[in-house]
Design a protein. Structure first.
Length: 429
């Protein structure tokens, strides 16, 4: 992965002297991260995944299903977004469709199940605890739909979960193929594990090369931000947030990376939004959102960083010659050339107004490229968390909401659910 922070140095209070002072803190943070990785501490263990994940185990678990027509991953948050990111990035390399039930919208769920060839669909149910309400509710609906269609769900379901819980019990009872969620790896950091790679294995994707890409980024981690693109990105984002850039707009210039921006949003928000700190992730897509969001980023409040992501190489389509007045300059170029011009124009447009922006590039959006991006953003998140002094691997606000929802549905007595009744109403009809 390549990182260019020139438009941070030129368009923000951060100078090269600032970077040198920051680099001393990066060295200390790196030592702490290395200690956590060596001890396989909770959270830090995620950064070991390029060395510890067993891709052959994943392939063996899904081998009985052959090549299905479709895969349906039932999970939420980190139990789905990593797999979706890999699948979307590499969609041109497989004929097996991947679908994700990661919400409990009844209309969307019904429409998806109506469209799927259930007799040729493999279902992967993903939940570390085995008790996630949304995931289990969706799975019960999927299971019933299969039964109604005359499909034996036990022949087409496998489970990715922890050692205990409802899903583990279900897998044992029905002798379902299963994969174990790795210990010490929070869901949002699990893309490079059984959680994120099983879908790709079923699609016939080269998950080994995804891991190779991640391993190449792992090798670049060092005690200096000058040697590690991942650490440099995390450190610069932290420094900008300390100076008021409290929104980070992740803007890939490749449709295949749109899910990557969504995955990043969870990783960044859930990991760093603690104790009044953190940077709010925004999702954008180049060049589309130059026409919908760039106005705000260039001329709105000076509280944003824009992160622009693109591949250095891609397939292109030539633009036909035309005699239309004012458009002849397009002829002979390609759509990729136009997209690159839009990318560079956006950079310059922001920099001209002293709006900091960062360029991230990979060689290609392929298996290695997506592995590089996933690992680099995880390492960047951990570095930011170390510098900010937040508890990167916890999510207490999320747990509060889970308890409240469970209590409202009659799943137990929770003070969080009782707090819902205290909501103030001021209605206008």
């Amino acid at each position: 992965m390549y990182l260019d922070i020139g438009n941070v140095l030129d368009a923000s209070p951060i100078t090269e002297a600032t970077l040198e002072r920051l680099d001393e803190r990066v060295a200390v943070a790196h030592d702490r991260i290395e200690q956590g990785m060596a001890a396989e501490e909770h959270g830090y263990a995620a950064l070991n995944l390029p060395e510890t994940v067993d891709t052959q185990e994943i392939r063996s678990a899904v081998e009985p299903f052959g090549t299905p027509a479709a895969i349906l991953t039932v999970g939420i948050g980190g139990s789905a977004l990593g797999a979706a990111t890999i699948s979307a990035a590499l969609a041109d390399q497989t004929d097996v469709e991947a679908h994700f039930l990661d919400n409990v919208d009844p209309e969307e769920t019904a429409e998806l199940l109506d469209d799927l060839p259930l007799d040729e669909t493999v279902v992967n149910v993903v939940s570390r605890s085995g008790t996630t309400a949304e995931t289990l509710a969706n799975f019960l609906v999927v299971r019933e739909a299969m039964a109604d269609a005359g499909v034996d769900w036990t022949d087409q379901t496998f489970v990715t979960t922890g050692d205990e819980g409802n899903l583990r019990n279900l897998a044992d009872k029905h002798d379902l193929p299963s994969l174990k969620v790795p210990d010490g790896v929070p869901g949002r950091f699990s893309a490079l594990s059984t959680v994120g790679l099983a879908c790709g294995a079923l699609q016939g994707l080269d998950i080994e090369r995804v891991v190779d890409g991640a391993r190449s980024e792992m090798a670049s981690l060092s005690g200096s931000l000058h040697d590690s693109p991942a650490y440099a990105y995390g450190a610069v984002c932290y420094a900008l947030a300390e100076r008021g850039a409290l929104t980070n707009a992740m803007m890939p210039y490749a449709e295949s990376l749109e899910y990557f921006a969504e995955w990043f949003a969870q990783l960044w928000a859930e990991s760093l939004g603690k104790e009044g700190l953190g940077q709010t992730p925004a999702r954008a897509l180049g060049a589309t959102d130059q026409h919908s969001q760039l106005q705000l980023y260039r001329a709105g409040p000076r509280d944003k960083l824009v992160t622009l992501v693109r591949p250095r190489e891609r397939e292109d389509i030539g633009i036909p010659e035309t005699d239309l007045e004012g458009l002849s300059y397009l002829g002979g170029a390609g759509l990729g050339d136009l997209l690159d011009a839009e990318f560079e124009a956006t950079e310059a447009s922001l920099a001209a107004e002293d709006r900091p922006n960062v360029r991230i590039e990979v060689d290609r959006v392929d298996a290695e490229g997506i592995g590089e991006l996933l690992y680099a953003m995880e390492a960047a998140t951990v570095m930011y968390g170390e510098l900010a002094g937040v508890s990167t691997f916890t999510q207490p606000a999320v747990e509060w909401g889970k308890k409240a929802a469970r209590g409202l549905l009659g799943g137990g007595e929770f003070a969080e659910a009782e707090a819902v009744a205290d909501k103030r109403e001021f209605t206008i009809e």
